[in-house]
Write a protein that binds this ligand. Structure first.
Ligand code: NAD
Length: 246
């Protein structure tokens, strides 16, 4: 689903995209060779490897093999290092999309308490870094929560901005939310539902109907952070093009 919508969005935006689909049993060496040839191809400005990878391939090695100047997902350790230091970089697409949304809706962040649930390298951790950075959509005091956080409910109740990125459908309920808080739901989980056409529904990490009654702003799933993630990815790709051609 993700890959198809990325290809479609590239077409709609006027980007040329190439989808390389390797067989699941391809070796790590084959994938690394493929990345090397894309690194060297001057017609290519951005490369992304759709995760997760099969178990026999090291994600770490593969991400490190991508030329950081073409790493439009922003997952390469040198780009993450730049992000932490506040240097120009490719911001991982999901946190980038969230920043764009905060900007678009003029959500004040300075001095606010932001709580991020989830510490993954692709969402929670970079999101917490960005919200605490000295940038227009930053300057928050940030609490980063994860599976070993005790008193999660009490911490969430203190959040002016709550980012849920744990992958547990409808985990956040109104009793965890401060009235007027801004709720950003990153979660995407397929939940079986015999009444749905496809046999499943996509659920976020927030119980939307009940939490929207107490929140001042809330993102829906689907149709919220997922769309903005693709926007973030396309903006990174445009930036890579400008950097490489400029
Ligand atoms: P992940 O599994 O890598 O990380 C989940 C994190 O949540 C971990 O750090 C874990 O410690 C924490 N966690 C798990 N259970 C918890 C609990 N009960 N209390 C507190 N913390 C808990 O997941 P991820 O890749 O960051 O993705 C999270 C969710 O966001 C998934 O549903 C994923 O599908 C979705 N996602 C959406 C987009 C998008 O474009 N909208 C992009 C990436 C991921």
């Amino acid at each position: 689903t993700y890959v198809a919508s990325k290809v479609k969005n590239c077409e709609e935006t006027g980007f040329e995209s190439t989808l390389i689909r390797l067989p699941e049993d391809s070796t790590e060496a084959t994938l690394l060779d493929t990345i090397q040839s894309l690194n060297q191809n001057q017609d290519i400005d951005g490369i992304l490897v759709q995760l997760p990878l099969p178990k026999h391939i090291s994600e770490e090695k593969v991400i490190e093999a991508i030329d950081p100047r073409k790493d439009v997902d922003g997952f390469h350790p040198s780009n993450i290092g730049r992000l932490v230091q506040g240097l120009p970089t490719f911001i991982p697409a999901t946190p980038y999309g969230i920043l764009l949304m905060l900007e678009h809706f003029n959500i004040p962040t300075k001095g606010k308490h932001a709580v991020v649930i989830g510490r993954s390298n692709i969402v929670g951790r970079p999101m917490s870094t960005l919200l605490s950075s000295n940038i227009p959509q930053g300057n928050c005091t940030v609490t980063l929560c994860h599976s070993h956080t005790p008193n999660l409910k009490e911490i969430c109740q203190q959040a002016d901005i709550l980012v849920a990125a744990l992958g547990k459908p409808e985990f956040v309920t109104p009793d965890m939310v401060k009235p007027g808080a801004v709720i950003i739901d990153v979660g995407i989980t397929r939940v079986a539902d015999a009444t749905a056409k496809k046999g499943f529904r996509i659920k976020g990490d927030v119980h939307y109907d009940s939490v929207s009654a107490v929140a001042s702003a809330i993102t829906p799933v689907p149709g919220g952070v997922g769309l903005m993630t693709i926007a973030g990815l396309l903006k990174n790709t445009l930036q890579a093009y400008l950097n490489n051609r400029g």
